[in-house]
Design a protein around this ligand. Structure first.
Ligand code: URA
Length: 437
């Protein structure tokens, strides 16, 4: 067996044997398979796909590249949520503390920014002092002490995903269902979960831009998770416009705290409550989803979720000062507003364009080892459906210098469509795909 043959067989659309996938993934983690060989394999998979059987083997092989964290001694349902990636998606920072406040244990292994979408770890690491690299034992202890932890893959936990994810990010091979399923489920199985709520994003700013593709990914994720022993539900949510107002690492942490304090954008609040409710329900702590929604809302409104969030930040080494003063997070030196060139109604805000502009400002990576600027980003000052006058501020750009600020203003204005008639407002939640179909 050679890597060349494996790549060629995948390129030609053959179904790979388990041993071939293992040889490839293990070799890549060990450094025997080069980045260019893995890139070729990923691109071949992007075009020819994988069978369900191959995908399951991929998940198992990626999982076996590291340790599985043993959470079995923890009393309580272990449930996580995972998003397929969007723009302005800070829901983990709100949904997880809500569900933890209700007794769910959340061992979350997250990823970094991918393509135009932001990464949970990149956002979290804008908190001074906060760590996301922990040993499996420390990870377990954090979950036991706080009820939740958000950590990175490492040389011990799913190293295959850490390396493949970073390579996919820079080789345009992200939007591929079997690779997404392999990446997400290997991480989730390594965390010793009982159940998983998947937030499958659909629309302009998502990796699945049509409802049909979103459904396909949601169904594929749920079916594969169940076959591998995890109870699962997928919630399809709209990602045509960015979620909430803040896009960029530190800015999104500030907005998460706003929502945990009962303020902040309604779409972030409602979607967080919905995902937390599914976590509570799938974890077996409510008799129906209606009751779970009521409990999730109460956990947020009573401040209990904010308390869990504060403990979680401190437990992971973070300075909690930003919870009361956002200026304790990194701030950008150049902040200017973009103003509406015409008056009218906001018809759409292109999430893809906003995500790409944020990456261009420096909030995301352009190469595998590239650094990011945690202070920069975009604050949207309007939402779809708002009525505005000409000259009204529509966005605030946080940049590292004048020239990147000026070019971001041009891109952001082009991404916001203003029309004469009010558009129909639609909610974020599209549909639920549950285990039983
Ligand atoms: N999130 C992941 O963890 N992996 C993907 O491939 C896409 C989104």
């Amino acid at each position: 067996m050679t890597i060349y043959e494996i790549i060629r067989r995948k390129r030609d659309g053959s179904e790979l044997k388990g041993a071939e996938l293992e040889f490839l993934v293990q070799g890549f983690v060990a450094g025997d398979v080069t980045d260019y060989q893995m890139s070729a394999f990923l691109m071949a998979t992007f075009f020819t796909g994988m069978t369900r059987g191959e995908t399951e083997t991929l998940v198992r092989t990626m999982l076996a590249s590291g340790e599985t964290v043993d959470m079995s001694s923890l009393a309580g349902p272990k449930v996580d949520k995972h998003s397929t990636g969007g723009v302005g998606d800070k829901l983990s920072f709100i949904a997880a503390p809500i569900a933890a406040a209700e007794g769910i244990l959340i061992p979350m292994i997250s990823g970094r920014g991918l393509g135009h979408t932001g990464g949970t770890l990149d956002k979290l690491e804008s908190v001074p002092g906060l760590r996301t690299a922990f040993s499996p034992r420390e990870f377990r202890d954090l979950v036991e002490d706080v009820g939740m932890a958000i950590v990175s893959q490492s040389s011990e936990i799913v190293p295959a995903d850490r390396k493949m994810y970073a390579l996919r990010d820079v080789t345009a091979t992200v939007e591929c269902i079997p690779l997404i399923v392999g990446s997400i489920l290997s991480k989730k199985l390594a965390a010793g979960l009982d159940a998983l709520v998947l937030d499958v994003k659909v629309g302009r700013g998502a990796f699945m831009d049509s409802l049909e593709r979103g459904r396909e990914l949601g169904r594929y994720l749920v079916d594969t998770a169940v076959r591998l022993g995890l109870r699962a539900t997928a919630v399809l949510t709209s990602m045509d416009s960015p979620l909430g107002s803040a896009i960029g690492n530190a800015l999104e942490m500030t907005e998460s705290v706003d929502v945990l304090k009962g303020q902040g954008p309604m779409d972030v609040r409602e979607t967080s409550i919905e995902l937390a409710a599914h976590m509570i329900h799938l974890g077996g702590l409510s008799s129906d989803l209606g009751e779970a929604r009521i409990r999730a809302t109460a956990a947020l409104d009573s401040g209990r979720a904010l308390e869990v969030f504060t403990r979680f930040i401190v437990a992971q080494g973070g300075d909690p000062a930003f919870i009361d003063s956002p200026s304790a997070l990194p701030t950008a030196p150049v902040v200017h507003e973009a103003t509406a060139p015409v008056g009218g109604y906001i018809d759409s805000i292109d999430a893809l364009e906003i995500g790409l502009t944020s990456v261009e400002l420096g909030a995301g990576r352009l190469t595998m080892t590239g650094s990011i600027d945690r202070a920069v980003g975009i604050e949207l000052l309007v939402s779809v459906g708002d009525h505005i006058e000409v000259g009204c501020p529509v966005a605030r750009i946080h940049a590292s210098d004048d020239s990147s600020n000026a070019s971001a203003i041009v891109r952001v204005l082009a991404a916001i469509r203003i029309v004469d008639e009010p558009p129909t407002r639609v909610g974020r939640i599209i549909e639920i795909i549950s285990q039983v179909g």
